[in-house]
Design a binder for this molecule. Sequence first.
Ligand code: ITT
Length: 234
Amino acid sequence: MPETADNRITVVLATANRDKVKELRPLLERISPLFNIVTLQELGVEVDIEETEETLEGNALLKAKAIFALLSGRFPFMIALADDTGLEVEALHGAPGVYSARFAPVADGLAPTYQENVRHLLHCMKGMTNREARFRTVVALKGSLPSPEGSFSIEHTAEGVVQGNITLEEQGDAGFGYDPLFLVQSTGKTYAEMSTTEKNSLSHRSLAVQQAVLYLENVLQQTHLLPIVTNPHS
Ligand code: ITT
């Protein structure tokens, strides 16, 4: 079979967000014997993909497809893995949702900072007693894998959801984005009061990644690739 330098198939993390990468890496550790996980930064790629779809699924696929189209020529086989995440607040009818990165109003051409989005959310929810919310991640995979006959394509999405409540003020300074405002019902802590390991043990992102990993393992098993990939000498 065609091989990458170390015989593993390349998985490119199709995100420009380094905070996501910090969480994704340990979540993908389990498949690292099979796949070489690389970031856009490590590949020297700087790209701004405009998120033009109106759903997390749509934008996750859009990002995975764009990175696959850009980079698949560099590798015999590769998978682009994208993550689109939204915080959906019940009393705000699902906002900021797919617009979570662009929630606070800022001047044209600028992107709001995490802090500006957090303050804007607190402002929008002033006086609201219903503070129920959920974090939702859609992970999209777009790639080509080796098969005994040559290659085949994959395109898949997986979702992870966690229910919580929006706090009245920021709590904790770990994590990123809306983490200081998102209280996970089952723990009594915000994500920002958790270590990366603890957040990864229960987060929306980890649930989506687990589903995506299961899908990949199934595909490899069904196509009898698992032994080929794991044993480069076979
Ligand atoms: P990429 O598209 O390059 O992956 P992004 O930051 O634009 O990066 P999203 O559109 O998926 O990614 O994220 C929307 C925003 O939601 C993000 O900028 C954060 O403010 C917030 N966010 C995403 N995941 C989060 C998490 O686990 N905890 C807290 N906030 C998060």
